[in-house]
Design a binder for this molecule. Structure first.
Ligand code: HEC
Length: 97
């Protein structure tokens, strides 16, 4: 029993720093982005951004450099999803879609 309590304490405290972050908005790529992008940091890293498609593209390359796996066939979809939901704020730059 004591061991069980100790183990669940460890588990509970381990969840602290990687708390689930803000939910990703729904969309066709939601599940795939979640799978590819939340193993190292939570979704807040993504949801707090406002970037252009080019900046997201650079960011994806940077993440790949860090070890993220983004299948080639998903890349366009990731960029569409990220730019649509976390694009530049209104008024900052032109909308490209
Ligand atoms: C292998 C681990 C890993 C994976 C997988 C990963 N990231 Fe990251 N990500 C990091 C690290 C480490 C940082 C912090 C880098 C830094 O501060 O320079 C980071 C930071 C970020 C940031 C913030 C960058 C900034 O300038 O503040 C964004 C946005 C981001 N990641 C998006 C993504 C997206 C989108 C995916 C999925 C395609 C992803 N990450 C997958 C490791 C990862």
């Amino acid at each position: 029993m004591a061991i069980f309590l100790f183990a669940s304490f460890i588990l509970a405290s381990a969840q602290g720093p990687s708390a689930p972050g803000k939910p990703l908005p729904p969309g066709p790529m939601q599940a795939r982005v979640k799978a590819a992008c939340t193993s190292c940091h939570n979704t807040t890293r993504i949801t707090e951004q406002h970037m252009t498609r080019e900046q997201w593209s650079t960011q994806l390359e940077k993440m790949e450099g860090l070890g993220a796996v983004i299948p080639d066939e998903d890349r366009e979809g990731f960029l569409n999803y990220l730019t649509k939901n976390f694009g530049p704020t209104k008024g900052a730059g032109k909308k490209t879609n």
